[in-house]
Each structure stands twice: as C-alpha cells, then as structure tokens.
Ligand binder design. Sequence first.
Ligand SMILES: [Zn+2]
Length: 461
Amino acid sequence: MRYLRYLLYLMLLLGIAISSSVSAQDSGPIYIVQSGDSLYSIAQRFGTTIEELATVNNIIDPSIIGPGFKMIIPGFNDVSGELELKEVGFGENLFSISQYYGIGIHSLARLNRILHPGRLYIGQFVILSTNEEDPNSFLVELSRPGESRLEYAARNALNPWALENIEGVLNRSWIYPGESLIMFTDEGSRQFLPAPIRAVEIKPLRVLQGQTLSVRIEQADPASISGAIGEWDLHFNQLQSQDSVALQGIHAMAEPGLYDLRIEWTEQSNEEMRFNFSQPLRVASGEYWFDPVLYVPPETIETRFTQPENELIASIVGQNSDLRYWDGVFDFPSLNTASFPSYFGVRRNYNDTGYTTYHSGLDLFGGMGMAITAPAKGKVVFTGSLDVRGNATFVDHGWGIISGYLHQAEINVSVGDVVEKGEIIGLVGNSGRVTGPHLHWEIWVGGVPVDPLQWTSIVFP
Ligand SMILES: [Zn+2]
C-alpha cells in the first residue's frame, strides 16, 4: 500500500517534470537539503509547492533528494547564493539583518514569511542568503537637509552607535541629501548594539516555563544596568570581569508566548552615554504533566490557612543579596537521586477545584532521618516549623538565588550560619502536609520558583 502510494506520487512528479521541464530555472537562491527535510516541508517553508520545486529543479526521481542535495528555491528572483539559517541575537531587527546581509527587506520578510517585522524574537531562526560579497558593509541613506540626528536614526531604524560610525567614516561636512554610502563595521562584528556593549548572551536561548534565564552583558566600560523580562525586573550583578549578569526565574505557569526583554544601560563615567533596548523573547511551554486530583482536608487549602505562610515565604525568597556564595553546578541535597517521587512544575488539582496550581519543587525519596546536605554554599536565612511546609530551612546563595528544604524531621542549622556545599543541614522527615517522608527541594530565582534539575546540570551564571 505504501509502495503504491509512493509510485503514484512518483508518477505525479514525473508527469509535472516532463510537462514543464522547459521552465526549469538556473538562478535563484539555493537551499541545501537537511536531514529530516522532505519536499513537502521544504515547499511549506518557502511558500511554494512540491510541483514547482520539482519543475525548477528538474527533479524526476524524488528519491535522489537527501541531506546535502542542492535545490533552487523558486519565486525569489532578487535573492541568490546559498540559504542558511541564522539565530536572531539581542539587538538585531529585520532592518539590521537586511542591511548586514545585503538582502532586500521585502525579500527577507517574504523568505521568512514574516508579517510583523517588529516582532523578530531572540533565538528565532531566519533564513538568509550567504552570497554577500562584503558581509561587513551597510548601505545606508544619508541625511536630508534640516533633519536631526534623532529623526535620521528613526527613519533608518538605526541606533546612535551606528550613526556615529557613519559620521566617523565619512568625515566630511557636505553630504548630498539622499546619498547612499557603504558603512564598514568591525571585522566579523555581527551585532547591532552600541560599541560599549560587546555582547549580550541569553542563556538558554529557548526558555521554558519554570526555567532560569541568564542575561549576561559583556561591556567595555562599567555601567549601571536595569531591565525586565515581562513583568519581572532583572537585577544585574557584576562578575569579576566587567561583565554584568542577571538571573531570573520564569514562572512555571507563565502563559507561553513572547515576552519583552528590556535593558537600560548607562555608562557610569558618562551618564549621557545611555541605551535602551527591547526585544521579544519566546517562552515555550514546559510540557508539564498533570497529577491525578489530590484530596486533602478542605481547610488546608483555604486562603486563610495558606496565605500567611505563603506571605512569609515570599518575604524570604524575595531577597536579593549582593554577595555570591555559590560557584558551579548544584549537587543534589540527598544521596537518593535515582528517581524522584514528584517533579517540579507538575500541574496540581486539590480536591477537584481545577488545575490552578503546580508543584513548586523537586521531591526526593528518603527514609526518615536520612541526611540532607547543602547543594551549594550559602547563608541560612530561615529555619522554622510551618503548617503546610513542616520543618523548613531556606538558604540564600546570593544574587536572588534561594533554596528551600521542607518536611524535615530535624533542622541542624541556625539563621546566620554559612553552610558549605555537602554540609549536613537537616534530616529527611514527614512534617507538614505530606503523605509520607520525603525531601521537597525548592530553588527560587528572583522570587520565582524554578526547576532545581536545571541547576544540577547547567552552570549559572
Ligand atoms: Zn514536593
């Protein structure tokens, strides 16, 4: 049956190829087939049809198409060379990419089926032609008489940095209105941020609900930086180099979609030197599972019961201390890490009232009295006995990173203690609202709970 379908498909292609081989094309952008591609997926990506692809490429036998096969993409007469995928970086927009790669902005938009040029998001893949002769040149229109720098920059969607470079190269006072010139940027430079900012690293580029986002700015001069991702403010801390980094948790139940990443940068020695950027960043679903409905005594989920404890926790995990204690990845806080009774982010429904909440930590198995060890160096900022969380300890690792250890049998540390990685801080128990002994481990980043597993595998910052 499958074979028959394939044969019919082949006949269809053959028929088209024979009937219209006269229109085979020898110019146009070239796409190199990647593994996983099919004629159908390629046609979809470039807004064409299987028939058209077969025709312009004289494809009679589709089975010859495999990874590495070079194929002309029809419908883009003004684009040539090989097409490649590029990830959009912070500070880049459709205009800057179009200028940098020498592709007309309309072709670029059409090639990528972009309807809203202002909404290119960080980490998005755009398809480009790599035929450019000089990838480091810009073609820009010069200013009009009486036009201010700001008006000029706005008209050309340039930032002040780009403007300064144009003037530097030009170095002449006379310019024809509407004159174009080539602007050279630094060798290999691929970013469109002002010169004092060398790079902006977003980690990970594909952010999921419940994960930690790291924004690192490499800069030439010390600067005051503020910013936000959606509704969450970013707190920048300085590394030993002059680089600054902000870590922020993305809420496990944040609506998947585009969130504006905003950064305001002001040079410390010259407040006139300031920049402001905003670009969307995509937050994708964490694909969290749904737990079966959990039945607990009704009064334990009432607001008057849970709110005071939640407010207390919020005041603990909302701290942002300047001193960084941790270094490298976090260890697990107990030895039993072969499997976990419950993962972070799992959707929860208490007493069949709807999946309005989620699991804010990672549960670890552990017999009564098993040792709990500090996963990283930090300072104890809370110990106490709570109704829902039981015997609880919170450790501040600095820079807004705070970890919690709940339902303990015994707490072995006091507020103010600085604990080293691997030091015993308590014993596993079943205090608070639990069904059996286990350790509930939380990590909060910028006041938002995140998946602790990410911290056991990725080095932040
Ligand atoms: Zn738990």
